[in-house]
Design a protein around this ligand. Structure first.
Ligand SMILES: *Cc1c(COP(=O)(O)O)cnc(C)c1O
Length: 485
């Protein structure tokens, strides 16, 4: 044998000391989750941490310094693992997913395609999702980074189907295809229209009723008007869990309209669709099983650690025809590593894909849908409890009905600029680390928005937040500076 010297590798020189180092960091990671309930919700990033990151590209490495910097970062998350994080819609994560992420990293799988273990885990996740939403066995699905990408995949298939997939080669005429959603829609829908070359103006934003659900009469009138103007309606996007107040559109009514008008029905169910696992919410989602596609997140109300979203499609054929592209170097085979067709890359824009499916699979396998559903119900009961406390306090005013897990309200006082006051209350809550709600506009006025997608939250946490709102509100009003606009 020849003696080849001097070749390097990135593997550790000493596996025993690597093992010690890795175990130490695992303990640090577990401590992080074990103390998620303690202390302030949010610790702003210190200048020291920012400066420590701003160095030149390292020419020679330093494992100890690398670990120390990672450790220093841990207290400075956005706070979504804390039980009083109520901002936007963030999932709260699980300690178990640390294990799944570790295993995924060790396997270092690429799920673009080919025939290997990880692919079968994702296939099973797809089967589970079909069964959860009552979709037929012929449906298809793909694990993605989040609802934004899931929406893009769904509406690209919807767009391409209109031209029997010729649009993939020929492109589209801007302004010809039009789609519909409510004015409570998430910004990712209009951005999708933009990315698909349809233009964001081609997305008609239909007004809502008092419950913040799409007004189906106005929707039908808009479709008729567009047809009369020679345009081609192609899709209606229903929302299951709208961003501002969590409203669920009448999905059965939308499915009826979509089928009468031959439109693609897509449901943006980023957080709300997973309410299908909750006995309390399931009846409200009636009709979702009739959708052509559903986009939702595992990282929101099912608490899979970021990031993990999903696109479910009724027609596997439409799904594959919108994305499949197999050049010579990606040719499939009946046997060997290139088997296992079709490949996941035929269902979305990405070729190389990480093993997100493992943490999703592990979350479902370890906790089961029953418990995950009960935790969703628990959050809805908590939102109702919060609404009751607000309704009983003359200093507080509820701004919208509670459809699921979101409660919008404001602190009130006479002769005061309430928009500015409530902005400042939320900033103070966040800066003091007591709680982290966000704000939104309801009927043109600012509201404190509490969204509970958090398995660690208790009603006591809501009491703590409300007490702080009362204290901060009263103090800010006493201090002045809020002359009515
Ligand atoms: C969060 C959210 C989205 C976007 O999902 P990402 O996973 O952040 O891409 C879309 N629609 C609704 C209703 C959402 O709540």
């Amino acid at each position: 044998m020849r003696d080849h010297q001097g070749e390097q590798t990135l593997d550790p020189e000493n596996w025993d000391s690597f093992r010690t180092r890795a175990h130490e960091m695992l303990d640090v990671a577990i401590d992080q989750m074990a103390t998620a309930r303690d202390g302030q919700v949010w610790h702003p990033v210190t200048d020291q941490i920012k400066q420590a990151l701003q160095v030149d590209v390292p020419v020679s490495g330093n494992p100890d310094a690398t670990d120390a910097q990672m450790r220093a970062l841990l207290p400075h998350g956005v706070g979504n693992t804390h039980p009083r994080f109520f901002g936007w819609v963030h999932g709260s994560g699980t300690p178990s997913n640390i294990i799944a992420d570790m295993v995924a990293a060790a396997l270092n799988a690429n799920l673009g395609g080919r025939d290997h273990g990880a692919i079968y885990v994702e296939k099973q996740v797809v089967e589970w999702v079909k069964s959860i939403f009552g979709f037929p066995a012929t449906a298809s699905g793909l694990v993605v980074s989040g609802t934004s990408i899931a929406t893009l995949i769904a509406l690209k298939a919807a767009r391409d189907r209109m031209s029997d997939f010729a649009a993939r080669k020929d492109g589209v005429n801007a302004g010809q295809l039009v789609g519909y959603t409510s004015n409570q829609t998430h910004s990712c829908v209009a951005r999708t229209f933009d990315m698909l070359g349809l233009g964001s103006d081609a997305l008609r934003k239909i007004p809502v009723n008092d419950a913040f659900e799409i007004d189906t009469n106005t929707l039908q009138a808009a479709i008729a008007a567009d047809k009369a103007a020679g345009l081609t309606p192609f899709a209606v996007i229903g929302t299951a869990g709208a961003v501002n107040v969590g409203a669920i559109d009448d999905l059965d009514a939308l499915a009826d309209i979509a089928s009468a008008e031959k439109l693609w029905l897509h449901v943006d169910g980023a957080f709300g669709a997973t309410g299908i696992l909750s006995d309390m919410l399931k009846p409200k989602l009636c009709g979702i099983e009739r959708a052509d596609s559903i986009a939702f997140d595992f990282h929101k109300w099912l608490h899979v650690n970021y990031d993990a979203g999903f696109i479910l499609m009724r027609s596997e054929t439409d799904h594959r025809r919108a994305f499949s592209e197999r050049p010579d170097y990606l040719k499939g085979a009946d046997e060997g590593l290139a088997a296992g067709n079709p490949w996941p890359t035929e269902y979305g824009p990405e070729l190389s894909r990480g093993f997100r499916a493992l943490k999703i699979w592990a979350q479902l396998a370890e906790h089961g849908t029953e418990k995950l559903g009960q935790l969703i119900t628990q959050n809805c009961v908590q939102a109702r409890y919060l609404a009751d406390q607000i309704d009983a306090d003359p200093c507080l005013e509820r701004r919208a009905p509670v459809a699921m897990n979101i409660c919008c309200f404001r602190y009130t006082a006479a002769g005061i600029n309430l928009d500015a006051l409530n902005d400042d209350i939320v900033i103070q809550l966040q800066l003091r680390g007591v709680a982290a709600p966000s704000t939104t506009m309801i009927h043109g006025q600012n509201a404190i928005r509490v969204s509970i997608t958090n398995h660690r939250t208790t009603r006591a946490d809501l009491d703590i937040m409300l007490d702080a709102v009362r204290d901060i509100g009263a103090q800010l009003v006493r201090d002045g500076n809020y002359a009515a606009a």
